[in-house]
Design a binder for this molecule. Sequence first.
Ligand SMILES: Nc1ncnc2c1ncn2[C@@H]1O[C@H](COP(=O)(O)OP(=O)(O)OP(=O)(O)O)[C@@H](O)[C@H]1O
Length: 243
Amino acid sequence: MSAPVLPVFVDGVTHHYGSKLALDNMSWSAPQGAITCVLGPNGAGKTTIMEMAEGLRRPESGTIRVLDTDPWSANAAHRRRVGVMLQDGGLPASVKPLRLLEHFATLYDAKDEFPALVEQLGINDFRQTSVRRLSGGQRQRVAMAAALIGKPDVVFLDEPSAGLDPHARLDVWELIRQTRDRGACVVVTTHSFDEADRLADQVIIVAAGSVAARGTIAEVSGSGGLEKTYFALTRGTRGLGLA
Ligand SMILES: Nc1ncnc2c1ncn2[C@@H]1O[C@H](COP(=O)(O)OP(=O)(O)OP(=O)(O)O)[C@@H](O)[C@H]1O
């Protein structure tokens, strides 16, 4: 019997921006029905690898498979199965959240899902305010709803709770867990140890473009705790992009 295909599979990916090495033979995978949290200092390569897995950037070398497909050349049917929340939201400024989410719900043939999402993410209060007038946290919530519409099989969330107030953060975490519990593969980048502790079935610590540690929180943290392990593994590797 062949092994089940992992929804996200990254193998030996290397990438330069000009002379800057951003990814250095990076390999990891993410299973179905689990939350994978990717941690790492600024410039470690988290956004670069996420953009590649989302099909937005082509790796120089190595293999990336998402749902057993090369994301760079994936068709519309594949992209419909993959939800993406970009770091800066990527939302059109003049549109109102309600209109935007209705649009996505129509695209994904998922009109019935979106009232619950709007409710759960507390979007009702500002659904008729244009995106440009929303606070950072409100935009995050709209971007999160847009990523989850259509019940995608794989969801990439780039710092989903950054800038959220404590209530909104709890709501977002609950939604991420629900997404995992319905069987999706969820990949979350974060700078928050607390977030990783509360959410992660698998943690990946990235440093200087490759994987420094990978496993469950207990496996990665050992007896010292996640924060201590993180600092020990990443100290001195911070690629701040200043070179
Ligand atoms: N478009 C680009 N052009 C040139 N260099 C880039 C580009 N995008 C990223 N880099 C560089 O590649 C490296 C990895 O960047 P990346 O954005 O993937 O890191 P990150 O781990 O997501 O960081 P952060 O935590 O700040 O979001 C950094 O040194 C960054 O300066």
